[in-house]
Design a protein around this ligand. Sequence first.
Ligand code: ARG
Ligand code: GLU
Length: 705
Amino acid sequence: MKLTGYFYAFFILLTASAQQNRMWIPSEAQTAYEKMVQNGARFKSSDLYHPEKPSFNDAIVQFNGGCTAEIISPQSLLLTNHHCGYGAIQSHSTLTHNYVEDGFWAYSKSEELPNPGMYVTFVRRIINLTDRVLKGVTEDMSPKERQSRIDKNIAKIKKEIKIKPWQSLEIKPFLYGNKYYGFVKENYKDIRLVGAPPSSIGKFGADSDNWMWPRHSGDFSLFRIYADKNNRPAEYSPDNVPYKPEKYLKVSMEGVREGDLIVIYGFPGRTRQYLPSFAIAHITQNVNPVNIEIRQRALDIMDKFMRTNDTLKLKYTSIYARVSNYWKKWKGENQGIAKSKAISKKQKAEALFLQSASEKGFGKEAREVLDKMRKIYQDLKDPEIAKDILVETMYINNDWIRRGFILDALVRQADTKFKENKKRYLNRLTGEFRKTDNRVSKELFIEMMKYYKENMPPAFRNNRIVQMNFDEMAEEIEKKSVLADSIKMKKLFDLDYEEFVKSLKNDSGYNLAHSLITDYYNNILPAYQQTGAGLNELMRKYIKMLQEAGLYQEMVPDANGTLRLSFGKVYGYEPRDGMYYEPISTLDGVIEKYIPGDYEFDLPAKLLEIYKNKDFGNYRTNGSVPVNFLGTAHTTGGNSGSPALNAEGELVGLNFDRVWEGTMSDLFYDPKICRNIMVDLRYVMFIIDKMGNAQNILREIQSSQ
Ligand code: ARG
Ligand code: GLU
């Protein structure tokens, strides 16, 4: 049959991407489970997910809204990445107790440190609500009618589904609204810090090694979930007790070998696997280059100062790390899209789709959907670039104007809210001053203004800036504006609302920021949103037609921050022709990278001592200690801290990154070069034991086995 031919050709083309390596919804992972079994899995399908019985989802939480973490003891010891716990570790650090630098270990429960505002989220139940949400919805409805029907259905379902008082029900669209799922969630809010290695281990290699292999980082930290006496979620209280989990993960000391099955379970944030070729072209040719260039300029300036001045280096480390993280990711993404020929493969796949659609009698509609989307992406170029230029040059990479935006958000609040929120804003601004320095901020300001002036699409450009002398303006801000003066800023917050606003109206730095953010809300954002408004609906139709064209066996939804599992094997890869990367790194490699005094590659004296004495204990494997390893599981941002389970369903690794050559996997997964990076659990145990001497924590983990 001809169609089989299309299906086959399509499969070959996109086997690389959405066809094969996916992020499955745990309640609908039957096909995935069968494949896992073929690859050696010995756990039961009901271990992965069961709506009534304890299953892995009861041991895996979303950590503070972003990362993933897992419970590894009956007293809910929680394991996640160092970079996920970093804010908490930093918040407890002072000059006398520098937990970032020296690490932190609680030797008893009374030493564990509470973290106001921190929370973790369990997903207890996943319900496919597609039929109920789409009841009465028809294809001839306008998008508006459709949405209002859906909203009514959702409101009704929320009343019908019974949940416990401490639970919530979240209903989310999948596959651009072709499917809907409900998630019964529980938030626990008393989360305490239990342990963290020194950052020279937790972030070893810092930005140079970020997104890279070979990697040698001990990127982990430990927390504990506390509950009230009834084991229910509660705000922090000294009377709370460790939460007794329905399920915890068993830690395996068996380690991994090349070819072993690994299962990654967690909360991936966002992928866009089904985008058509021209959307990928738009992202990689229009959007990414602008963002990369702006960040490149900002990073160069920060780097220049950080290299020559230790105080500045310390101050800017966290901003530098944040800015460079996605700068590097986008660069890798663009190269990976080119190298895997993603755009031409998608073009060919679209041609097959159109052929198949016309044979099935909806060729015209199929062509129309693609043509309409193509047109929207053309129109979207300027508004999207304008949006990104404004955000990047004025907010992310411009210390002064960023403060202006923060102030402006407070000004926009009415008098009562102002009183309520003032303190929070001042805290945030104080933090901003702590992380920055006017010498750097001034250069950033001038450079970002220049970029804006030269590159902002004319229709969105602010006239003030076109005529401005940036050096003079920088002088003025530095000398007179509250944006560059922490003492003036503090005084400003003593004023009441009217005085506060009046004082800002006389500040030219603030006025500039106000004018720019007004452009954003009144002009840029509406243009971007209106231009792109039809895309979701067109993608919904496109996905539906792809299904009807019979080109996918099963369409697994893109990541959207909900609980997913993916699986793969421990494998190395060929980053370039003639070059092979082994999948496992060891302590020998850590020592090889050691640069005394360097801010990225320094090591604690104690680790050097342990290495010298080969004091590897039970963690010794082939004469060294395993540190990181690679896998072929499909992961993305949000999978940080996700457990890597072996064929027995036991914890062998902790996910924390992807390799550079494969960062395009958010758009196009290529099994040849896409790899996720994990910390070996043996390294985690080794560090707790030998560096932390935290026998209490070790015993707690080991006695749970
Ligand atoms: N690339 C990892 C992720 O996307 C780690 C980021 C933290 N490390 C860093 N050097 N910025 O989150
Ligand atoms: N480091 C990322 C995170 O924090 C995970 C790496 C990735 O994007 O795959 O979520």
